[in-house]
Design a protein around this ligand. Sequence first.
Ligand SMILES: NC(=O)c1ccc[n+]([C@@H]2O[C@H](COP(=O)([O-])OP(=O)(O)OC[C@H]3O[C@@H](n4cnc5c(N)ncnc54)[C@H](O)[C@@H]3O)[C@@H](O)[C@H]2O)c1
Ligand SMILES: CC(=O)N[C@@H]1[C@@H](OP(=O)(O)OP(=O)(O)OC[C@H]2O[C@@H](n3ccc(=O)[nH]c3=O)[C@H](O)[C@@H]2O)O[C@H](CO)[C@@H](O)[C@@H]1O
Length: 431
Amino acid sequence: MTDICIHGLGYIGLPTATIFAHSGYDVVGFDTNPEVVSTLRRREVHFDEPGLQQIATEAIDSERLKVKSEPVSADIHIICVPTPFDDTKKQADLGNVAAAGRTIGNLLKEDDLVILESTVPPTTTEEVLQPQLEKSGLVAGRDFGLAHCPETVLPGNMIAELRENDRVIGGIDRRSTERTVELYDSFVEGEIRTTENPTTAEFAKLAQNTFRDTNIALANELAMLADEYDIDSRKAIQLSNHHPRVNIHHPGPGVGGHCLPVDPWFLGQESNNLNLVSTAREINDSMSNYTIELLGEELGTLSNSRIAVLGVAYKGNVDDTRNSPGLKLARELQARKSLGVNEVTATDGGIDDIDVRIHDPCVSDQTLDLVPLDEAVRGAEALVLTTDHTEYAQLSPTRMSKLMDGNLILDTMAHLNKNEWSDAGFNYRQI
Ligand SMILES: NC(=O)c1ccc[n+]([C@@H]2O[C@H](COP(=O)([O-])OP(=O)(O)OC[C@H]3O[C@@H](n4cnc5c(N)ncnc54)[C@H](O)[C@@H]3O)[C@@H](O)[C@H]2O)c1
Ligand SMILES: CC(=O)N[C@@H]1[C@@H](OP(=O)(O)OP(=O)(O)OC[C@H]2O[C@@H](n3ccc(=O)[nH]c3=O)[C@H](O)[C@@H]2O)O[C@H](CO)[C@@H](O)[C@@H]1O
């Protein structure tokens, strides 16, 4: 008998399935993507997450975790499916959550427990998922349990955070909440806090990411302002942060990933009260334009320039390119070529024929036209560092200088050693 069926074996579902298996449960991991299933059955993890390959393989080898392309009946179902943002409707796309609900509804037995882990707009558990489950004829709260338990792990540190982070759990009734707390208590070392309903748990999760996104927007605005005074924004922010009640985040090339650029929109998708939050989103989204402005300022013109964009993962040491600032920058520079935009110099109305080459040591996506480092850098007038991969901290300015035709390095994450690059003859700029 299967104790737990996990629906969706991506960045969240696979580590979760693995940790439950290691906690002694019999777990089936179900994914609708056959490639994910076959890759995992070969004992290969289809994305980079430190430490996961080993513990996932151990869980599969022990047969505590079975990977399947069909869902199974189980006492507990945990939903970890994607919840992308539909940019045209400006709403969360909850199609995967509804589909998982339908699938589970077909398998549901009395006294089962269903837990939604995916990040969703407030009310989703009760208004989108519950009706799908109740198509089974069973009633939530009476015949089966239902709760939201949002995931808060940080990519790159997931294995530790799965155990150590605090959790918020909101069931549709007290018994659903208690059963869910008991389940997570088997491995969570942080505090488990409960809410009176799933909506509060949904809201609290979104508020965390909205706080971070809005804080980064403030840092980005401060960076643009500091530049007007010709001062180092990061030093100023660092000094500010010595105050016991100030904690400003870091500026950068924009905010990427599957969560921060999306979750603030979920929070207010039905509301007219999203003001500060939506402005913050716009500021963070505009950082690619600001980066292009800086490039134009330093190069004089972007026409016929060659630019190397280093880093298309959305942050350092991960392979995830979802909403990546580096990729957005590269695509916007490339679009100027095809559109014939020449706003930066605005002198001759000609075409910005920009040769943009992109490199990333952690990303292997064949569709992105990535090139080896030397090929990206050779003949470039400017390097733009958009991801703080550890590997990039080892770049040799002397070697880069020999390959390049120009001497501009735009270090959007302040990841490199400014003195070392300046001493090597670079015009070093950061955001
Ligand atoms: N990635 C993160 O850092 C992170 C952190 C916290 C919360 N979350 C949230 O967790 C959820 C999952 O995100 P992710 O990054 O793991 O996504 P992902 O795209 O990496 O993985 C989701 C998996 O679900 C599968 N899937 C889609 N529909 C399915 C269905 N109906 N039944 C079974 N499998 C299905 C997909 O094939 C995919 O393999 C999202 O709501 C996300 O916002 C993500
Ligand atoms: C509240 C919180 O911590 N939530 C985390 C977040 O995980 P994440 O990987 O998306 O988060 P970040 O590491 O913050 O990166 C996001 C982007 O912001 C850029 N950035 C970051 C800090 C900064 O000072 N200046 C920046 O510019 C960075 O480069 C990157 O592009 O959401 C997950 C899913 O909900 C959570 O589970 C996880 O806890």
